[in-house]
Design a protein around this ligand. Structure first.
Ligand code: SF4
Length: 248
């Protein structure tokens, strides 16, 4: 099938970017979206042109590296699907597709479709871990956790840190990401010793990175490839205010 592309090109963080148009007439419907971009890059390389930079790693929806805005939607039209797991069979012969990077002040563009998401790493480093020495792997069920609690913690732990929630939010808020990381540990016994310190540090770091505030638009949940619930944001707010009010 033939696909017409409009791709954001930007040679470095300070360059003025622009859209460039390309047409591919060898797209197979079974290709993934990133494989289609591979075909584009092979074509550009053969023509002696600079290939399009885009982030990718596992290509299995696990690593969170990939992510582009496709026709105005972060990760494209399929719900609960990362860009790497989107397939070209969802498009028709002759379709036009516009591809842009995540756009947010806290995610500066590195080149073309690649943005710097190290602000997420710094939020995680601010407190998204347990510092207790756990020794070697404990026996299974050594710390009993109710199934409903374990399931809920796991749902939050499914966040892959892709950043689509930020890209989709009109305020460029990182609340869904931060809420997922806070909630995952706040629900489990291993996360209790640092519960208050963690939420204060992570929320403060989120603000320091220049992400906007959450005003409950819900766009984040709509585009999240892992279906992280916006109810996590309410949990994070409760955790934050409780921690502020009860910390010395
Ligand atoms: S909450 Fe969802 S959209 Fe946001 S970083 Fe995690 S997986 Fe990606």
């Amino acid at each position: 099938m033939t696909i017409h592309l409009r791709v954001w090109r930007q040679s470095d963080p300070n360059a003025k970017g622009n859209f460039e148009q390309y047409s591919l007439d060898t797209v197979n419907p079974h290709m993934s979206f990133l494989e289609m971009l591979d075909v584009l890059n092979e074509k550009l390389t053969k023509e002696g042109k600079v290939p399009v930079e885009f982030d990718h790693d596992c290509r299995e929806g696990i690593c969170g590296s990939c992510g582009v805005v496709i026709n105005g939607t972060a990760h494209g039209p399929q719900q609960r699907t990362a860009s790497c797991q989107l397939h070209m069979r969802h498009y028709k012969d002759g379709d036009s597709i516009t591809i842009e990077p995540w756009r947010a002040k806290a995610f500066p563009i590195v080149r073309d479709l690649v943005v710097d998401r190290s602000s997420f790493d710094r939020i995680q480093e601010a407190g998204g871990y347990v510092s207790v020495k756990t020794g070697s792997a404990p026996d299974a069920h050594a710390t009993p956790i109710g199934k409903e609690v374990a399931d809920e913690a796991f749902d939050y732990a499914a966040c892959i840190g892709c950043g689509a929630c930020v890209a989709a939010c009109p305020n460029a808020s990182a609340s869904l990401f931060t809420a997922a990381k806070v909630s995952q540990l706040a629900l489990l016994p291993q996360g209790q010793p640092e519960r208050k310190r963690r939420v204060i540090a992570m929320v403060d770091q989120m603000k320091a990175e220049g992400f906007g505030d959450c005003s409950n638009h819900g766009e984040c949940e709509a585009v999240c490839p892992k279906g992280i619930s916006i109810s996590g944001i309410a949990r994070m707010r409760r955790e934050y205010f409780k921690a502020i009010l009860t910390s010395k």
